[in-house]
Unconditional design. Structure first.
Length: 501
């Protein structure tokens, strides 16, 4: 089985250079996902000199791990947003997301991007009473969203109630980002891969970004890294990092449903769609979310997806499996804009499961803000907004959870290496010589011992047995078995230790 997202099977074989020489630009964008590449496209269009620094490969972060669905609604029912805010806020969310979807459609047409884009209906339904569709329909009508009550037979699932939204869309997210990046890469907008930003130094009006081999000096910096890099207490304490999984499946009866399907079953949400490569259709199922670093058994989450698909379809075989991360904001809306008053750093985060559109919107909003152009939606998403009442419940819940993790891990001494062995292909946190170590034994018995303390804010990492990584339960940093950063806010990897096991 392929342990990479399905999109990689149909993507461009394209490489961008590594940054080796110092550079001076108007704006440096950190991260080349949908947010970073859209931001760069928009800034370049406004005549600014831009550099995009990507630690790995263009589009292969969360954008290339997503489901590739484009919807003007979000994961939260619109009536929940209305209850927290008001109808005007819902209208703005829907309208701004529509504008971003139009941008994607326009770009695809203008550049003739072949990324399997197609208009689709979106079907949301439940058998657990978790959504009030009557309320949802009323709000949809008031906000001008084209929708109707979902009729039996339209989706390959049994459900109580549901809604159909027309004029939504699907694409291959990785192909889209790669093509967009290719179209903007030149001497005024240079994109670099394998160029991780290790330090951000903001002393005067210039900001210096250090990679392993060079320094970029910029007037403005955009953190298009899904979650801001480094210590940003006001954001990291309001963002909940969640991990979810995807599987690709071949079906025995070759009947593959067309559409965007969001089913709520027994208080769990599953997203299902079809994607075809070279005439071969695959069913994709995404879900089984948990907080990063807090699953007892990550493999069980992938198994849960498989069981769900087997209960509803005739499965021939599972072809792909992968994981990806979401950051949920405390007040249901993403944070997009200047990091704080007077700062030359900008952030775009808290997209939850709606970031292909929100990331695109962020690119448009940030470019407007940086170039001093008014945008009717800037205020709504303003990163430095302060909404203690709107964020209070989730803020308290997320931070109690982080505090509980810290206390649990602080008082948990780790397994004693003398008492408990590590199986081949397994990782375990152990107490050795008074230090907490993240110990991994590979498939031929070679042991790697790293410090188990996350360099971001000092929490203890946990073993992820499905993706073979060390995941931090506090703010979502993840590290590979050699300790290198995979994703999350940490700049640096887990320290290598000299302790002998
Ligand atoms: C399983 C799953 C399914 C989803 N499905 C959908 C969907 O169908 N529709 C939807 O709208 N949303 C979906 N989402 C959410 C959406 O994918 C994300 O919100 C969105 O892709 C975020 O884009 P981004 O560009 O901000 O982040 P990313 O795509 O993660 O890009 C950030 C980039 O920054 C780079 N980076 C990080 N640190 C550094 C550093 N120090 N130096 C240099 N580069 C760095 C990373 O390598 C990465 O490439 C899904 C999410 C998941 C997990």
């Amino acid at each position: 089985m392929d342990t990479k997202p399905i999109w990689i099977d149909k993507s461009l074989m394209i490489d961008f250079p590594q940054l080796n020489d110092d550079l001076q630009v108007d704006v440096a964008v950190i991260g080349a996902g949908i947010t970073g590449i859209t931001t760069a496209e928009q800034l370049k269009r406004r005549g600014l000199k831009v550099a995009v620094l990507e630690s790995r490969a263009v589009g292969k972060g969360t954008s290339g791990q997503s489901t590739g669905n484009l919807y003007t609604v979000t994961e939260y029912p619109n009536y929940e947003i209305e209850e927290k805010y008001d109808l005007d806020t819902v209208k703005q969310v829907v309208q701004s997301r529509k504008v971003a979807l139009e941008y994607i459609t326009e770009k695809i047409n203008q550049l003739n991007i072949d990324c399997d884009f197609r208009e689709q209906s979106m079907y949301i339904f439940e058998n657990d009473g978790s959504i009030d569709f009557e309320k949802e329909k009323i709000i949809a009508q008031k906000t001008g969203l084209p929708c109707s009550a979902l009729k039996n037979g339209k989706v390959p699932f049994n459900f109580n109630e549901g809604i159909e939204y027309t004029n939504q869309a699907q694409f291959n997210p990785l192909l889209y980002v790669q093509h967009l990046a290719k179209s903007i890469h030149d001497e005024t907008c240079s994109i670099y891969e394998n160029s991780r930003v290790l330090e951000i130094d903001e002393k005067d009006e210039h900001i210096r970004l250090k990679t392993e081999s060079a320094t970029v000096t910029a007037n403005r910096v955009v953190h298009a890294t899904h979650t801001p890099m480094g210590l940003h207490i006001q954001y990291h304490t309001t963002l909940g990092p969640y991990r979810e999984y995807g599987i690709g499946v071949k079906l025995r009866n070759h009947i593959y449903p067309e559409g965007i399907f969001w089913g709520h079953f027994e208080n769990k949400k599953y997203s299902v769609r079809t994607y075809t490569i070279d005439g071969e259709p695959y069913l994709l199922c995404i879900g089984s979310m948990h907080k990063v670093g807090q699953a007892k058994d990550n493999k069980a989450h992938i198994q849960e997806l498989e069981t769900f698909v087997r209960n509803h379809f005739e499965v021939e075989r599972i072809t792909h499996q992968w994981g990806g991360q979401n950051y949920k904001s405390a007040d249901l809306l993403p944070y997009i804009g200047q990091k704080s008053a007077g700062s030359n750093q900008y952030i775009a985060t808290g997209f939850s499961t709606a970031g292909l559109i929100y990331g695109t919107l962020a690119g448009m909003l940030l470019a407007d803000e940086i170039s001093g152009t008014e945008n009717p939606f800037s205020e709504l998403y303003k990163a430095s907004r302060h909404q203690p009442l709107k964020a209070a419940n989730k803020f308290a819940k997320e931070n109690l959870n982080v505090a509980a993790q810290m206390i649990k891990d602080f008082t948990f001494p780790g397994f004693d290496s003398k008492d408990l062995g590590v199986e081949m292909g397994e990782g375990k946190v152990m107490q050795v010589d008074g230090k907490k170590l993240a110990v991994y034994k590979d498939k031929v018995g070679k042991v790697t011992a790293l410090s188990a303390i996350c360099p971001h804010m000092g929490c203890t990492v946990h073993w992820n047995n499905a993706e073979e990584s060390w995941d931090c339960p506090c703010h979502g940093s993840r590290f590979d078995i050699s300790g290198s950063v995979i994703e999350g806010p940490a700049f640096h990897g887990l320290e290598r230790t000299k302790s002998s096991i």
